[in-house]
Design a protein. Structure first.
Length: 366
């Protein structure tokens, strides 16, 4: 095979790998996928082929640059490639590159997707939830991406400065004979429990519940116990402690990195939690109430119009983890979605917009 044939094969392979990178990148961006099969590797292949192409055409490139930069050619040394052919090839490559770039841009803009004109007006929609579900389908980012500003990426961890911090026991050690239920038994026996014994919750049990909900399970990457879209972790976890041995009643924030608690407010908050929870008595009778909140911008900057879908899904993951951890330890848990948002946000000190409460889960001894 001649060098010219090899060059054409390299160009064809470079074109195909470039098309794959372009299409897979568009699909990943359209559906909010953090990775796409072989996308990164195809990019490496394309870059390698470009280097091979440059190596095969090094003399042509040098000759072309020499003419463009005004350097005289060495006439005493004959060249294998006439000047007219080199000039034509250079212009052709420029045109092909420009067309490829324009085609990729046009492809991203012309992929069929739903446009905002197809959305029903608010008064025509059955409800706001249905309107959002339609609006957040893949495809709207194409129409709205140039209009809306989704903001930058905020810090992944929330901390409170100048507050008392409580160190939690290690969530893993268990005494012999108290291994708890198997995963299968835990799933089969999980129920919403609203009746509690009044016995104090052990600090080791609280530590295990917090770790099961949001604890870091892979320190190197910061991965946590519950899955999160793009590993962005918008969920924050607060605890109103009512009766935990060795721990003052009050409001605490779970410090994920340190696996500890930050004390935000001391005092008996049972009445406040019950009032925010539409006066459901068991919220005040539980040993602790876990409140899940969301910082929307942690997910919004990347996933745009699908932010609320992903965050609400994640809240469900965290809630199920709490349910199963409580059940496995012989505790009772009950999730609550009916509460007064403003009341609960005020209790936690949240603005209700950048960060807002999503979920209450009571846990108590039975």
């Amino acid at each position: 095979m001649r060098r010219k044939d090899i060059d054409y094969v390299v160009i064809a392979a470079m074109f195909l790998s470039g098309v794959y990178v372009t299409l897979s990148g568009l699909i990943a961006g359209l559906f909010g996928l953090p990775q796409f099969f072989l996308h990164r590797h195809a990019g490496y292949v394309c870059a390698s082929l470009i280097l091979v192409h440059i190596a095969l055409n090094w003399r042509r490139i040098i000759a072309y640059l020499g003419r463009r930069l005004g350097r005289p050619e060495r006439r005493e040394r004959p060249t294998d490639y006439p000047r007219e052919r080199v000039s034509l090839l250079g212009r052709r490559q420029l045109v092909v590159s420009a067309l490829a770039a324009a085609g990729g841009f046009a492809l991203g803009r012309l992929i069929p997707g739903r446009r905002s004109a197809e959305l029903p007006l608010p008064e025509e929609a059955d409800d706001v939830g249905a309107l959002y579900h339609q609006w957040s389908k893949p495809g709207y980012a194409q129409a709205l991406g140039t209009v809306l500003n989704w903001g930058g990426r905020p810090s992944q961890y929330k901390t409170y400065a100048d507050v008392e911090r409580v160190t939690l026991p290690d969530p893993y050690p268990r005494s012999p004979g108290s291994q708890g239920l198997s995963l299968e038994e835990t799933i089969e026996t999980r129920r919403s429990v609203r009746d509690y014994s009044g016995k104090s919750l052990a600090p080791e049990e609280l530590s295990r519940l917090l770790h099961a909900a949001q604890g870091i399970t892979e320190p190197r990457w910061g991965f946590r116990a519950a899955p999160s879209a793009g590993a962005l972790y918008p969920i924050e976890l607060y605890v109103t402690v009512h009766d935990v041995a060795g721990l003052e009643p009050g409001l605490y924030h779970y410090a994920v990195r340190e696996h500890g608690l930050e004390l935000l407010q001391l005092g008996d908050l049972r009445a406040a939690v019950m009032r925010a929870g539409l006066w459901q008595d068991f919220l005040g009778e539980a040993n602790a109430c876990f409140v899940l909140s969301a910082i929307f911008q942690r997910t919004r900057w990347r996933y745009r119009e699908r932010t609320y879908r992903y965050i609400l899904l994640e809240a469900g993951h965290v809630g199920q983890n709490l349910y199963l951890a409580a059940t496995g330890m012989g505790l009772g848990a009950c999730a609550v979605g009916a509460f007064l948002d403003d009341e609960l946000n005020d209790l936690l000190g949240l603005d209700g917009q950048e960060e807002t409460a999503l979920y209450i889960i009571s846990v108590g001894t039975v």
